[in-house]
Design a protein around this ligand. Structure first.
Ligand code: GLA
Length: 408
C-alpha cells in the first residue's frame, strides 16, 4: 500500500511537473503580422514624461497614423523610479505623476496600446532598475497597469544565460495573464533567431540604429549603425528563414523623419517593410513634416509589411550600387524593391525574361516568359507589365518599389 502511495505520489509529481513545464508559453496571436507603433528612444532618449506620451498618442490619431495601422505607443528606457520596500517597481513620480495605469487608460481610450521597457539585467542600459530577480513581480505590475508591449533589453547581464533569462520573463508575462507583446532586444549577440521563436514575438537582429545612410557612430565600446550597415551586417546568415508569423527579425526602430533625406527615408521605410521588421517609428509625431507623414502612412508599402503570408524579402540581385529585394506575397503576388545604394543616379534596365525568380525557401519559381504580371509603382503610382523590359532611373539613395499581380 505504502509503495503504491509513494508510486502514485511520484507519478503525480511527474505529471504536475510536466504540466507546469507546459503551462507557460508565449502569448499566441499577438504578432501574426509585424507590430506597428512608435517608440520614444530615437528622439527623446531618457527625456520621457506623461505629457509628451499623451501628446504622442493624440498625434498618432490626428496625423492618420492610427488609421494607417500604427497601434503601439512605447515608452523606452527611463520611465522608472525606485522599487518600494516590497520590491514593486515604481514610475518616476516627477515625470509620471499620474501613474502608469492612468497613462495606459488614456492611451487605450484613443484606440491605441501602451508599451514599456525593461532589462534582463540588474540595471537597464541607462542605469535604471532592471528586472533581474523581479521578473514575476514586474510582469504582474505591468499587467495591473494595463501594459500591452514589453521591450526587454540586455544590458548588465554578464554571466546570465540569454535563453534562460528571456524564457523567465516570457513565463512571468504569461503567468501574469495579460496578453503582452514580448520584444527581445539583445542585439543579435546570441543568435536569438535560432532559439527565440517560441519565446518572443520578435528579436532585435542588430545593434542600435543611427539616423544616417551608411555611417557607423562610434560610442567607444560599441557603434550605432546607419541604414545600409544594418541591411548588410547579417547578410550572410539568411535571417529570413527564421522569421514568420508570430516571430519576426527586428531591424530596430525607424529613423524616418530624424534627419536623413527624403529619398533615404523612403528607402529606409520601404526596406523595413520588405524585411517584415516591426514598423516602430522613432520621430516626433507631433511636429513631423508632411513629407515624413506621407512616407510613414503609405498604405501600399505598409501592406507589404503586413502581408498575411509573412515571408521576409530576399536579396535577389546584389550588384554593387544596385540591390534588388524580392518578397513573395499572398495570392501569388510579389513585391520588388530596386535600391540605389550609391551617390549617383542609377540607370538600369530590368529584363524580366532573363531574370527568373527562384526562392527555395518557399518553393517559388517564376519564369516571366511563361507567366505574365502587371505591376504598380507604390511610390509614384505608375503601372505596367512584364512583357517588356523595365527602364529605371533611380536617384541616389532612393528606391523603386513595385507590386506585381499575376495577369489574367
Ligand atoms: C539599448 C537598446 C536601445 C534603447 C537603449 C535604452 O541600447 O538597444 O534600443 O532601448 O538601450 O537605454
Amino acid at each position: 500500500m505504502r509503495k503504491t502511495l509513494i508510486k502514485t505520489g511520484v507519478l503525480c509529481g511527474a505529471v504536475l511537473l510536466s504540466l507546469n513545464a507546459a503551462a507557460e508559453q508565449k502569448f499566441e496571436g499577438l504578432a501574426d503580422t509585424p507590430p506597428m507603433g512608435w517608440n520614444s528612444w530615437n528622439t527623446f532618449d531618457c527625456d520621457v514624461d506623461e505629457t509628451m506620451i499623451r501628446e504622442m498618442a493624440d498625434a498618432m490619431v490626428e496625423t492618420g497614423m492610427r488609421d494607417a495601422g500604427y497601434e503601439y505607443i512605447n515608452i523606452d528606457d527611463c520611465w522608472h523610479g525606485e522599487r518600494d520596500e516590497e520590491g514593486n517597481i515604481q514610475v518616476s513620480e516627477e515625470h509620471f505623476p499620474s501613474g502608469m495605469k492612468a497613462l495606459a487608460d488614456y492611451v487605450h481610450s484613443k484606440g491605441l496600446k501602451l508599451g514599456i521597457y525593461s532589462d534582463a539585467g540588474y540595471t537597464t542600459c541607462a542605469g535604471r532598475p532592471g528586472s533581474r530577480g523581479y521578473e514575476y513581480q514586474d510582469a504582474r505590475t505591468y499587467a495591473e497597469w494595463g501594459i500591452d508591449y514589453l521591450k526587454y533589453d540586455w544590458c548588465d547581464t554578464e554571466n546570465i544565460n540569454p535563453v534562460g533569462a528571456y524564457t523567465t520573463m516570457r513565463d512571468a508575462l504569461h503567468k501574469a495573464g495579460r496578453p503582452i507583446y514580448y520584444s527581445i532586444c539583445e542585439w543579435g549577440d546570441n543568435q536569438p533567431w535560432e532559439w527565440a521563436q517560441d519565446i518572443g514575438h520578435s528579436w532585435r537582429a542588430t545593434g542600435d540604429i543611427y539616423p544616417c545612410w551608411d555611417c557607423a557612430y562610434n560610442w567607444g565600446s560599441w557603434s550605432s549603425l546607419g541604414v545600409l550597415k544594418i541591411l548588410d551586417i547579417r547578410k550572410d546568415l539568411r535571417l529570413r528563414q527564421y522569421a514568420g508569423p508570430g516571430h519576426w527579425n527586428d531591424y530596430d526602430m525607424m529613423e524616418v523623419g530624424n534627419g536623413m533625406t527624403e529619398a533615404e527615408d523612403r528607402s529606409h521605410f520601404s526596406l523595413w517593410a520588405m524585411l517584415n521588421s516591426p514598423l516602430i517609428t522613432g520621430n516626433d509625431l507631433r511636429s513631423m513634416s508632411d513629407t515624413t507623414r506621407k512616407i510613414l502612412t503609405n498604405k501600399e508599402i505598409i501592406a507589404l509589411n503586413q502581408d498575411p503570408r509573412g515571408v521576409e524579402a530576399m536579396r535577389y540581385i546584389d550588384a554593387g550600387d544596385l540591390n534588388v529585394f524580392l518578397k513573395p506575397l499572398a495570392n501569388d503576388e510579389l513585391a520588388l524593391l530596386f535600391l540605389n545604394r550609391g551617390d549617383d543616379v542609377l540607370k538600369y534596365t530590368h529584363d524580366w525574361q532573363f531574370n527568373i525568380v527562384k526562392d527555395d525557401q518557399v518553393g517559388l519559381e517564376i519564369n516571366f516568359n511563361h507567366k505574365r504580371f502587371t505591376w504598380k509603382d507604390l511610390w509614384k503610382g505608375g503601372k505596367g507589365n512584364t512583357d517588356k523590359p523595365l527602364k529605371l532611373e533611380i536617384p541616389p539613395h532612393d528606391v523603386v518599389v513595385l507590386r506585381l499581380t499575376p495577369a489574367q
